[in-house]
Design a protein around this ligand. Structure first.
Ligand SMILES: Cc1ncc(COP(=O)(O)O)c(C=O)c1O
Length: 421
């Protein structure tokens, strides 16, 4: 059996609506784009929505619309998809990283407090000022917004990268709505897909107008075709994608329920498996929209093969760690992680290491000189986490197969790797 990591959930409605577009004269900027945008206004109770061609474009346009500029700093975690952080560089500013919480994988409130208190002394980035905060709701789980609001000064623009969390709720309120503007993304592995696509949601009319204009070559309010009032881009969402997205949004609640059921099944199937840690849902997450299902190899299990100090097992990693020793330890853990992924993929269970630390990507190392030990919790968690097959219509047989193979791989590793002295 082969079980893919993700699969889009497409029914007849999507085909019907896309065909309607093909039978019409409007392949761009037509009625489905409007319907798609309106479905987000209704779903999130936001005032405005702008459809664009990707989640990345959506994030970049918000930065531009809020005046983020050269040498500005943008707070973000290094445990995310690269574009959450890259958009600051696109605008000639800099990501200012804050490490994550080892249980939710979202921004660490303690580390955020430290950054605000100590300023740029603890980062390597040559920024003038922190202009923005990019709050990423990782894997669908909201960040602790109340705490973030308590810490951040009023002059910082809060942007919500909710690209992975369409439909999640923090204390009863939908994600995407916690900042001055928020985004969702629709690559085929997301809760809903348009092939490629994204949206910006906001209650701020000025931001929505600026984003709409910049996504459409800087055209003015009249959208006169050859009148360009500012620099703009072609970040438009085409009509076929919008039609598909509209069909998907019509069944969003059904999709979220299906995904919840899949997550529940995994929870039950893994119930007696102590060698892996399951995703932790915080109390404040009153609704979880499952993007991926990410399991974590338990450090206690790994310590059967590698000597791991207790302070590491407890995630009490101090800033004063010996960076060379730390790198060696992470490399050793990663060897087991890699072997786990390799074996699982060989058995037909497609799995990936979600996420790889952004600060250790080659061009970040080159640009800023980052190294192992700079964001140790991100590095440690990245060396343990594995996204396993997860999609709306995965069958229970497929899920059982995934869990069986994971257990098999754990056994094999135990038999193959000699125990430490
Ligand atoms: C957290 C996060 N931010 C931004 C994006 C970017 O979205 P896109 O791939 O549509 O550009 C993604 C997509 O994977 C994401 O997961």
């Amino acid at each position: 059996m082969f079980v893919p990591l993700s699969k889009p959930y497409i029914t007849n409605d999507e085909k019907k609506y896309v065909n309607n577009v093909l039978d019409s004269n409007y392949l761009a900027l037509g009625p489905y784009l409007k319907k798609f945008e309106e479905s987000f206004i209704e779903f999130t109770k936001s005032k405005y929505c702008v459809g664009v061609n990707s989640g990345t474009s959506a994030l970049q346009l918000i930065l531009k619309a809020t005046g983020f500029t050269k040498n500005n700093g943008m707070i973000v975690t290094p445990f995310t998809f690269i574009s959450s952080s890259n958009v600051a560089i696109y605008e000639n500013g800099h990501p200012v990283f804050v490490d994550i919480d080892p249980y939710t994988y979202n921004i660490s409130i303690e580390e955020l407090k430290k950054l605000i208190k100590n300023g740029n002394k603890i980062t390597k980035v040559p920024y003038n000022e922190i202009k923005s905060f990019m709050g990423v709701d990782i894997f669908g789980q909201p960040i602790d917004w109340d705490e973030v609001y308590k810490i951040l000064p009023n002059n910082i623009d809060i942007i919500e990268d909710s690209c992975e969390a369409l439909g999640s709720e923090y204390k009863g309120k939908k994600t995407g709505t916690f900042g001055i503007a928020g985004t969702f993304a629709f690559y085929p592995n997301k809760q809903i897909t348009t092939g490629e696509g994204g949206v910006i949601i906001t209650n701020n009319e000025e931001i929505s107008k600026l984003c709409r204009s910049m996504a459409n070559q800087g055209r003015g309010d009249s959208m006169e075709w050859l009148e360009h009032v500012r620099i703009g881009y072609n970040y438009r969402l085409d009509e076929m994608s919008a039609a598909m997205g509209y069909a998907q949004m019509k069944k969003i609640n059904e999709i979220l329920l299906l995904r919840e059921k899949v997550a529940d099944n995994y929870h039950n199937l893994f119930k007696d498996e102590s060698r892996i840690i399951l995703p932790k849902i915080e109390k404040y997450t009153t609704k979880m929209s499952w993007f991926v299902y990410v399991i974590r190899l338990d450090l206690n299990w790994i310590s059967k093969f590698i000597k791991i100090p207790n302070w590491v097992k407890e995630f009490k990693v101090s800033e004063k760690i010996d960076k060379e020793e730390w790198k060696k330890l992470i490399y050793k853990i990663k060897e087991i992680h890699k072997l786990f992924l390799k074996k699982l993929n060989e058995k037909g269970v497609q799995s990936k290491n979600y996420f790889s630390p952004v600060h250790l990507q080659p061009f970040y190392k080159e640009l800023y000189g980052y190294e192992y030990g700079d964001y140790p919790i991100t590095e440690l968690i990245s060396s343990l986490t594995v996204a396993i097959p997860f999609y709306s219509n995965i069958s229970i047989q497929e899920q059982e197969y995934v869990v069986l193979k994971i257990k098999e791989v754990l056994e094999e590793i135990e038999n193959e790797i000699s125990y430490k002295a």
